[in-house]
Design a protein around this ligand. Structure first.
Ligand SMILES: *Cc1c(COP(=O)(O)O)cnc(C)c1O
Length: 390
């Protein structure tokens, strides 16, 4: 441990194995997993289809590099294009890399239109990653502090405020794109109004800007549709996915459609690991299981059970500001910092998270059962109630 760079405040627990949404620590205690590795373990732990697919692929090929054709990558690109109604897919290994690709694509698009200093409109409280460009795009001083100079070319506006975007567009002729999360995850589970999303789409069309949706956390079926933007009836020009796409194997994708498609050519961007056989097998299998087990519908049903259960159990509790979210991305906002609830949850056998200081965050696996949903809501509500009255 002492040789691991100290970049995380880790909880004093290590897990040895898991099954579905139950995980067991090295001391033999079991926990209900309400976080699924921060929206990564889409199918829970140890899903037999994913284990079998990864194991079989390991016996064939793990990686050949993008110097060669990869049929699995082509298959996954076809599948993602069909799911999103987008045209092409760039493969990388994480959320920040997917967003780097999106940012590079937007700048490239700007230069092609004669904008020498392209700028991207980004939101307050957004989170786009921790590389230099993505931390510069992120709306959190905590993420940026100490790493200045920031990458130039980002203009920040309040979330859900269309007039602010319009006003920037009128004064700043360098704008080439707008980038946002349909549900802000790290920022505290703030859901974007569908009308705002449609307004952004219209503004981008009027000004020939690219609309970029960061769906790294809220995508992959978590809100009940493959992409959260689909519920507003829009299609962005660029969308990014990562976390849950391969059920626990690192992967990231940047999808491009419409005027964003066909821009990048050989030599413009790349990734050594991006879209290798291990990652694409895991993603294809994860998508197949989501379809076969009807997990989009499950995310809506079980998400509703959890939100309703929490809202009911906490309705008379002073200190609870609200329960919100979409499908299985859920936040409970309290009126005070509540980071201590993470350890309290751990002691009680629940894996949960707190983000934006005052928001308890739940990101269960998409195959969380209705019973597990009721159990999570009841046990968490009891912990929140006790925490607020102590
Ligand atoms: C987690 C996250 C990222 C960064 O993903 P990494 O894989 O950690 O680089 C970017 N955007 C959003 C919305 C995220 O939730």
């Amino acid at each position: 441990m002492s040789h691991v760079m100290n970049t995380y405040a880790r909880l004093p627990v290590a897990f040895s194995h898991g099954n579905g949404s139950r995980v067991t620590d090295t001391e033999g205690r079991t926990y209900l997993d309400g976080l699924s590795g921060i929206a990564v373990n889409t199918l829970g732990h140890n899903h037999p289809a994913l284990v079998a697919a990864i194991s079989a692929q390991a016996g064939r090929l793990l990686h050949t590099s993008n110097l060669y054709r990869m049929p699995l990558q082509e298959q996954l690109a076809d599948k993602l294009a069909a799911m999103s109604a987008m045209d092409e897919v760039f493969f990388c290994n994480s959320g920040c890399e997917a967003n780097e690709a999106a940012i590079k694509l937007a700048r490239f698009y700007g230069h092609q239109r004669g904008v020498d200093n392209p700028a991207i409109i980004v939101m307050e409280h957004s989170f786009h990653g921790r590389t230099l460009a993505t931390l510069s795009a992120t709306g959190s001083r905590k993420v940026q502090a100490g790493f200045e100079p920031l990458v130039a070319g980002f203009v920040r506006v309040p979330f859900n405020d269309l007039d602010a975007v319009r006003a920037i567009g009128e004064r700043n002729k360098n704008v080439v794109a707008v980038m946002f999360e349909v549900v802000q995850g790290e920022g505290g589970i703030h859901v974007c109004d569908p009308g705002y999303q449609r307004g952004l789409r219209a503004l981008c069309d009027e000004n020939a800007w690219l609309l970029i949706c960061d769906e790294v956390q809220c995508g992959m079926g978590r809100t009940g549709t493959w992409f959260a933007f689909q519920q507003a009836g829009i299609r962005p020009d660029v969308a990014t996915l990562a976390k849950g796409l391969a059920g626990g194997v690192p992967i990231g994708v940047c999808l491009a459609g419409g005027k964003a498609a066909g821009l990048l050519k050989p030599g413009n961007h790349g990734s050594t690991f991006g879209g290798n056989q291990l990652a694409t097998t895991a993603a294809l299998t994860t998508l197949e299981v989501i379809e076969k087990e009807k997990l989009l519908a499950n995310a809506v049903t079980v998400g509703g059970i959890i939100r309703d259960g929490l809202a009911q159990a906490l309705s008379d509790v002073p200190g609870v500001v609200g329960v919100r979210g979409m499908g299985l991305i859920i936040g409970v906002e309290l009126d005070r910092p509540c980071g201590d609830l993470v350890q309290i949850g751990l002691d009680a056998g629940l894996l949960i998270n707190v983000t934006a200081e005052r928001v308890v965050r739940l990101l269960p696996a998409l195959n969380f059962s209705a019973d597990e949903g009721r159990e999570l809501a009841a046990r968490l509500a009891a912990l929140i109630r006790a925490f607020l009255s102590s």
